[in-house]
Design a protein around this ligand. Structure first.
Ligand code: FMN
Length: 454
């Protein structure tokens, strides 16, 4: 079996993924607004040689019939949060090698300013930055907050294509990698290697010069997690690493086949996209001990959270439907994945499921050996490249994984003990290069001389 990659899913807010476990006595995530929480967690990840810490993000809030339910404030559900770019910037100075991946939305960011922010992070971190490109599943309230028009689901992906083309021009085409000479007896930057860019797209426009020089990775490592047909096509074209939700071997295998087929359809090798599945676990000395531990997590949260949280992801108020309504009767222009994945179930089933783990992965509850066995079975059976660890409570879930499960995976030769390569791209993609390969669509925006040399 191949060597697996590991990232840790985080979110700069008190709760996560539609659950509300902040009251659990051991949950330290409630300290999300303290630098010390993030520093200790990032060091835990780095000491364990996890490849990256991922900072998810979302705009907007839960909305049920035009109001944010009171329960959201009472349970700290959707707000408040911190800006992931600021957390990433703080953490790069607390770590030396850990990759830092953050979500950024094409619906709310301005490409010219966003390109500079990401290049600055990549520059100062020495090439440790990744960007999870999202089109914002929670768009309904996000567009209210930003005062921009609502954009329908598939159109948001067309908008994303345009956004990408412009940021590729800025990251790959504006400054050649060796443009910055800094020779006090000569030139600061070689004028022949600083280029004017022009972009007149259907959604975004920019003319002129890039605001940042070429960073260690040029383009940050591109992550994507869309699971709708439009999302998968986008991921197959642009993504270097795809996150997929948790599931059975058969469900995950279907996802990986579809994503690799999309990469091939875009003229890229099938393994150009690394696929990481969300994975949650609750570790115990015995299976019963682990189940007891998980029950304490479930008991810590109110069932009302599920209604508000599901509405945030989909705009749908499940409390307004009869519990036996089939999910196939519901439609959304927000996250279609969160409706489609429950085909065959009823509204009542979904509310129960959502209470247990929200949008996140259903935890595997058991001994370290049982959990390691399940990870190996999933990775091998579904052709996965790694896992995005989704903590149930923090930092307990991460500590349990690092102390008890990771050593078993290392013994089996599927988890590494050292970082290989200086940049995040070298480590995750294993191509021996810090920058994107020639077959990636971003490479078409490199200056002609560089394309010929490649
Ligand atoms: C592991 C994982 C992490 C995700 N992180 C985010 C995130 O940080 N922000 C976000 O808006 N969506 C996130 N998503 C959701 C997807 O990016 C995507 O927006 C959502 O599935 C809706 O798009 P779709 O209808 O194409 O699937 C995540 C999904 C998965 C599986």
């Amino acid at each position: 079996m191949r060597r697996l990659r590991f990232g840790l899913f985080e979110n700069a807010q008190a709760n996560d993924s539609g659950t509300a476990t902040w009251r659990h006595p051991d949950n330290q995530r409630v300290r999300f607004d303290e630098l010390a929480y993030w520093r200790d967690l990032a060091r835990l990840c780095e000491d364990a040689r996890l490849d990256f810490l991922f900072l998810a993000d979302a705009w907007g809030w839960a909305d049920v019939n035009g109001e944010r339910p009171e329960i959201c404030s009472v349970e700290g559900l959707d707000l408040p949060r911190l800006d992931p770019a600021v957390v990433a910037a703080a953490l790069m100075s607390q770590t030396e090698q850990l990759g830092l991946v953050m979500t950024g939305s094409i619906l709310t960011e301005q490409p010219y300013a966003f390109a500079r922010r990401m290049a600055s992070l990549d520059q100062l971190s020495g090439g440790r930055i990744g960007w999870n490109v999202v089109t914002t599943g929670t768009a309904e309230t996000a567009v209210q907050a930003f005062g921009v028009p609502m954009v329908a689901h598939d159109e948001r992906y067309r908008m994303a294509d345009d956004f990408m083309e412009l940021v590729y021009k800025l990251w790959e085409g504006a400054w050649e990698p060796d443009a910055l000479v800094k020779d006090k007896a000569g030139v600061f930057a070689d004028p022949s290697k600083v280029h004017r860019i022009a972009h007149e797209g259907p959604y975004f426009r920019s003319h002129g010069y890039g605001n940042t020089a070429y960073s260690p990775q040029g383009t940050p490592v591109l992550f994507q997690a869309g699971a709708s047909p439009a999302g998968r096509a986008f991921g197959g074209k642009h993504g270097e690493c795809m996150f997929i939700g948790a599931g059975s071997v058969a469900q995950l295998a279907e996802h990986t086949r579809a994503i690799r087929a999309e990469a091939v359809a875009s003229g890229r090798p099938a393994d150009a996209v690394k696929i990481m599945s969300a994975f949650a676990c609750v570790v115990g000395k015995t299976t019963t001990d682990a189940q007891r531990k998980y029950q304490r997590v479930l008991d810590a949260q109110s069932p009302e959270v599920a209604v508000a949280s599901y509405a945030w992801f989909t705009g749908l108020d499940l409390s307004s439907y009869e519990p036996d309504t089939p999910m196939t009767e519901l439609h959304t222009e927000l996250s279609q994945t969160q409706v489609a994945r429950f085909a065959g179930l009823t509204v009542g089933d979904v509310l129960k499921d959502w209470h247990a783990h929200g949008v996140g992965a259903k935890p595997v509850v058991g001994t370290p050996e049982e959990i390691a066995d399940r990870m190996c079975e999933l990775a091998e059976g579904a052709d996965l490249d790694g896992f995005l660890l989704s903590p149930v409570i923090q930092p307990g879930s991460t500590q349990d994984f690092v102390e008890h499960v990771l050593p078993i995976l290392r013994e089996r030769g599927v988890a590494g003990t050292e970082y290989e390569g200086a940049t995040l791209r070298e480590r995750l993609l294993g191509t021996g290069s810090a920058t994107l390969p020639a077959e990636h669509p971003a490479a078409a925006h490199r200056p002609a001389a560089l394309r010929r040399a490649a």
